[in-house]
Design a protein around this ligand. Structure first.
Ligand code: FAD
Length: 450
């Protein structure tokens, strides 16, 4: 029977689902899958993006883990495509590759002052509080008033983590240094800015409602943002999500504030103009233009300029994929150009043997569940394309292990992940926490490799 030797690059949900779907797919060939992951731990943004105080979503790791624990997928952790292994290597050892490398960077926000000291990308903040090994372990929370730009779930995650009292995060898996820094945080006021109106937001009702449940945090919304036009009323009437979101806002407007020690302010119809520096050259204020509904479901500027004093600003205007060596990349969208997961070369022709799935295929929108339907589409093409797979010169399972060893790559495997997983849980146990994450990469590798 023919055998498909498949490499998958990226062990986030998209890569793991693709492996699982292929193994369960009806097919006339055997399959052997190697999953390469640049980090010593799998699960991508479920481990390093989803907020630590969302244990239900983090729990998706249990399902992903069950797939890996079946033992029919080999995992090579701490192996970075482009550095430790290349496209030419993969062509030598495999019949095809699926890239599922996701997105980890912040999209740009092109306004003056956005690069000032005190201005950050939300993705970096997320990587810090979720204990990503490749970001600095310090986070300079040094201001009482901060701004978050954006109206999606990541903006709400960042705002919540900035406003929440550190002790309320203690039951979660946050690393010890994250707790210490949040515990000493001087932040009292978090201002979230959206360019459009309250019925045009991208966040989900659950994420919004959760803000109102934060202990000792008042939600501040402004009546001027709730003078709905016909388009807003139609959105509330026709869209269940918007209906619930409006209910949450209405409740907050009716309840008013309770004198909490921290406040989370939501500002709508606010188009970012400039981040302004103080005399010390650091972020001192944020200027924005008030917008208004344009009658067609969008907004237009009113010419009214406003400003709020802040000491830090976080842009949460989206994530962006990173290019991979030798693989086409769409610089505008931050994705690998593809047709339903079949990667397209510059001439728009399909590149034989090269596939993409997840956020690097579709762009950084959508929930974890969406990466499953993505994977189904990509895997279907891979199965149908058997005639155009690569013909590797060294397809044996041992040959790739030999290659990595020869290059001195300190790769980790499934047993190594189990060891790290156990270690993190043991660190948490005395404190009645599910786990405490190990952050430094060398320590993760040392524990994994035993
Ligand atoms: C802050 C944040 C919060 C979120 N919260 C939720 C939520 O509450 N609920 C929900 O359903 N969804 C949430 N999401 C969305 C969810 O995380 C994504 O839908 C999902 O993770 C995308 O999966 P992916 O596998 O495509 O990418 P990723 O999860 O990013 O996985 C990609 C993997 O590829 C690896 N990789 C990258 N480059 C290389 C390379 N060169 N070599 C080897 N490996 C590489 C990365 O290390 C990573 O492990 C959130 C996203 C973010 C950013």
């Amino acid at each position: 029977m023919t055998k498909l030797r498949l490499a998958i690059v990226g062990a986030g949900p998209a890569g793991i689902y693709a492996a699982d779907i292929l193994l369960k797919h009806e097919r006339a060939f055997d399959v052997s899958i190697d999953l390469f992951e640049q980090l010593p731990a799998p699960y991508g943004l479920v481990r390093y993006g989803v907020a630590p105080d969302h244990p239900r979503i983090k729990g998706i790791i249990t399902a992903l883990r069950e797939v890996l624990d079946r033992g029919d997928i080999r995992i090579f952790g701490n192996v970075s495509f482009g550095r430790d292994i290349t496209l030419d290597d993969l062509k030598k050892h495999y019949n095809a590759v699926i890239f599922s490398t996701g997105a980890i960077r912040d999209a740009d926000l092109d306004i003056p002052g956005i690069d000032l000291p005190g201005s950050y990308g939300a993705a970096d903040f997320v990587s810090w509080y979720d204990g990503h090994p490749d970001v600095p372990r310090e986070w300079p929370l040094d201001s009482s008033s901060v701004a978050v730009i954006g109206n999606g779930n990541v903006a709400l995650d960042a705002a919540r983590m900035l406003a929440k009292h550190a002790d309320d995060l203690l039951p979660t898996e946050i690393p010890a240094n994250v707790y210490d820094i949040l515990k000493a945080s001087p932040v009292t006021d978090v201002h979230v800015f959206g360019r459009r109106g309250p019925t045009q937001v991208k966040f989900s009702p659950l994420e919004l409602r959760e803000l109102g449940e934060l202990r000792d945090v008042d939600m501040i919304v402004h009546d001027e943002d709730f003078e709905y036009d016909d388009a807003a009323r139609a959105a509330i009437a026709s869209n269940k999500q918007i209906f619930v979101i409006d209910k949450v806002f209405t409740k907050w407007r009716e309840e008013g504030v309770e004198g909490a020690s921290r406040r989370l302010h939501l500002h709508f119809y606010a188009k970012p103009l400039e981040v302004v520096a103080g005399p010390d050259g650091r972020v001192a204020s944020f200027r924005y233009e008030r917008t208004e509904p344009d009658g067609a479901g969008g907004v237009r500027g009113t010419g009214e300029i406003r400003s709020v004093d802040i000491g830090q600003i976080y842009r949460a205007v989206g994530y962006f994929g990173s290019p991979l060596d030798g693989i086409p990349f769409d610089e505008r969208r931050g994705v690998i150009p593809n047709h339903e997961g079949q990667v397209l070369a510059e001439d728009n022709e399909i590149m034989p043997g090269v596939y993409a799935t997840g956020w690097i295929k579709r762009g950084p929108v959508g929930l974890i569940g969406h990466t499953k339907s993505d994977a189904m589409e990509t895997v279907q093409h891979l199965v149908n394309d058997q005639a155009s797979w690569w013909a590797p010169e060294s397809p044996s399972e041992e040959s790739v292990v030999a290659l990595l060893e020869e290059r001195g790559v300190e790769f980790t495997d499934l047993d190594g992940w189990h060891a790290l997983d156990q270690h993190e849980m043991a660190l948490g146990a005395p404190h009645e926490r599910a786990r405490i994450k190990v952050v430094p990469r060398d320590e993760m590798v040392r524990i994994s490799r035993g």
